[in-house]
Design a protein around this ligand. Structure first.
Ligand code: MG
Length: 391
């Protein structure tokens, strides 16, 4: 396999250099393998969904979320209705909306979203009062609790030392932020968080979970392992998290303001059955079968050479006796028909002949098709007889 991979490199270069349309087709990059259901540069892989980007926030006004964001707070009473009291579940959130921001009412207790969600990209903006009160953990403390559990600390640490693993932007009780990137109290602070919860399977941790956080555009957590999620005083231990939970905001007795809170769910990781990265072999096989089936279905809508090539393409994902038999017959018929082409008609067929030749060479090279009738050799002879270069 390795030898073949090396031999196709010049082919790819040739294709990119002289016929870029080939690079958008099948039989180009390495085929799917045991844990990856897609070929490299696979045009059958779904296109990324379109998202209209948002606009950045300024001190004067919040920005616009991306088009697919789920807005949790935009300063309207309707968005506040998405939250409830933590002390009195089901009751309205007891914090107050002022000038488009939501202010903690000290003593009223935490608030949490009625909606539950898990892995996400989360955007939160908060501002500490300009009138400084207290120090260390007592100065403008709040917190953002992912799945209602792990706290990304909110604290006015502008000129306020405290224990490092309780700093603004810390995974509280787990890891200090890499930097203190806060602005002065009264300014809006912009948190962007990427949260991946820990995943356990059959009692064993398959992913420790990770938090990435930027504060005002500065990375302060970089895929920090959650180590159980942290907490106050006690050292946490690895443990499974629920698939989803509410987002909680902490009432620590300080009148912090929040605005412009939104999130976007993240795709499933391979360990959860998603197709991002190396998958479990059984899941990859199931996915490959699904892809092969859809390509074969698509082939039914095509005729002649296009149908043949599409069926051949399906072998990259999964073999199937009936499909192989159909290909054997169709490829044989195609080769015989080409042999009957008069010499002065060959040039017009060059593109088509080369396409089928590359497909057969790719499939046989990667041992995805047996070519028991030896059609590859026959087509190569046709190419050489026409004076073309089969490389
Ligand atoms: Mg806190």
């Amino acid at each position: 396999m390795k030898q073949f991979t090396a031999s196709v490199v010049p082919l790819c270069v040739w294709m990119v250099g002289t016929a870029p349309v080939f690079a958008d087709g099948a039989f180009y990059g390495d085929p799917p393998n045991e844990t990856h259901p897609w070929a490299i540069h696979d045009m059958n892989r779904p296109q990324p969904p379109r998202v209209e980007p948002g606009t950045p926030s300024t001190q004067e006004q919040p920005g616009k979320p991306p088009s697919d964001a789920i807005v949790l707070l935009d300063g309207t009473p309707a968005s506040l209705a998405k939250w409830e009291s933590g002390k009195n579940p089901g009751q309205p959130a007891p914090w107050k909306l002022t000038d488009g921001a939501l202010q903690v009412v000290p003593g009223s207790g935490e608030i949490r979203t009625r909606e539950q969600f898990g892995d996400c990209q989360l955007h939160v903006e908060w501002s500490a009062p300009t009138q400084i009160q207290g120090n260390s953990q007592g100065r403008s403390n709040s917190g953002i609790f992912l799945t209602g559990d792990t706290e990304v600390q909110v604290l006015d640490n502008y000129n306020n030392p405290t224990y490092a693993d309780g700093f603004a932007g810390s995974v509280y009780g787990v890891n200090p932020p890499h930097a203190n990137a806060l602005q002065a109290p009264g300014k809006w602070q912009f948190y962007d968080i990427i949260f991946r919860r820990p995943v356990f399977k059959d009692g064993k941790m398959v992913d420790s979970g990770r938090l990435t956080v930027t504060i005002n555009g500065v990375v302060v957590q970089d895929s920090t392992p959650l180590e159980g999620g942290g907490g106050h005083k006690g050292r946490s231990k690895d443990r499974p998290f629920p698939d989803a939970g509410p987002l909680k905001l902490q009432d620590h007795g300080n009148p912090i303001r929040f605005r412009n809170i939104w999130y976007r769910p993240l795709p499933k990781r391979a360990v959860e059955g998603g197709d991002m990265g190396a998958m479990d072999p059984a899941a990859a096989t199931a996915k490959k079968l699904e892809i092969a089936k859809s390509i074969r279905l698509d082939a039914e809508s095509k005729q002649g050479e296009e149908r043949l090539l599409r069926l051949m393409e399906s072998l990259c994902y999964a073999s199937d006796d009936a499909t192989v038999k159909t290909i054997d017959t169709a490829l044989g018929n195609w080769t015989e028909a080409v042999k009957k082409t008069p010499a002065n008609g060959m040039e017009a067929k060059k593109g088509s002949i080369m396409r089928v030749f590359y497909a057969v060479r790719y499939l046989t090279g990667f041992k995805l098709y047996q070519d028991s009738a030896g059609r590859k050799g026959e087509i190569e002879q046709i190419i050489r007889a026409a004076g073309w270069d089969p490389r």
